[in-house]
Design a protein around this ligand. Sequence first.
Ligand code: HSE
Length: 403
Amino acid sequence: MSKVAVMGYGTVGSGVVEVLTTNAQSISMRAGEEVEVKYVLDLRDFPGSPVENKLVKDFNVIVNDAEVDIVVETMGGLHPAYEFVKASLEAGKSVCTSNKELVAAYGAELLEIARDNNINFLFEASVGGGIPIIRPLKSSLTADEIEEITGILNGTTNYILTKMRDNGSAFEEVLKEAQELGYAERNPEADVEGYDACRKIAILTSLAYGKQVDFEDIYTEGITAITAEDFLYAKAIGTTIKLVGTSKIVNGKVVAMVAPVLISADSPLYSVDDVFNGIYVRGNMLGDVMFYGKGAGKLPTASAVVADVVEAVKHKGTNIMTIWSKDKQELVDFSEAAHRFFVRINNSEGIAEKVEKLFGAVKTIDIGIADEYAFVTDEMTESAFADKQAEVSGVISRIRFAD
Ligand code: HSE
């Protein structure tokens, strides 16, 4: 029998206990032995809950109990999650986590400790919630060289953008509604500013290329400046707006960013709506593959954590090799990254000539909003675009194309 300690009895942690209880029989059949929760670590009390008698408040109880062979970390945040996970691994216990902040910041180090101790550090739930994406990158797609990963990696912002598009509402209005429905946090910064998606694409890129991608190196722009009018233009040109995390190989180098982009209707990501996530991967042999499903939520996320628990039980005494070294993965300086840009501009005297001089003979997009029009540039680098934008006054907004 395998004994598990769950650290953090919040949404995901309680989901882990629920999944292990509800599917106990099939899980033990697949793991090859019974899997039992021995401890739940939380500073709070949960009187009347199914884990009432398993609650502990002191991490040392877990780390010093030789019977515990797997630790689930669903506390979130960096500290003390990092210290507890590191100590668990050093004590010879495999760790399964849903914590993307922890994995993005310390993944390479924690994987190395797991390797040295012949145990496992597993983190399927850290990206895409219940969607299998980490294990495919680690095993099913290893025959390929990954040319691109582009994902709608954040359910909260995808929900907000979908409602803005469908209802013609403003960002603030939909955010408030999403908070009331529990789809957005009271402090929504990590989601709406793109920080959450940034950590997720950093993890996927580290796994794809085997080196540490520092999330601080990834250009990150959120969705707070997107307006209902932007969606009207997007629709008029056969596109929609999605927040994506993307990394791709361009001229042999890795280019990465998180930003709202215009996605055309023929992209597999175009119809990924509401709280769903979609992750598109292109391999040099396989071609395109797409992963789609619930990227957040109690049971989908817990399902991925428990699948890691089963994996850890099946591989007791064996480290599943994961290529993610501490060596830094260099990214292309973002000013050199190239995109096509959609631009809205105030329609003032002489502006068309100025735009033509700077951007060439662009096609004007007029959807009947007074005193403005829009156009799409050819592909150009970020720095070239910034230089031209500085020369023309009256730019209302600009959004990159996904291609
Ligand atoms: N806040 C995240 C999201 C939760 O909305 O996708 C899952 O990581």
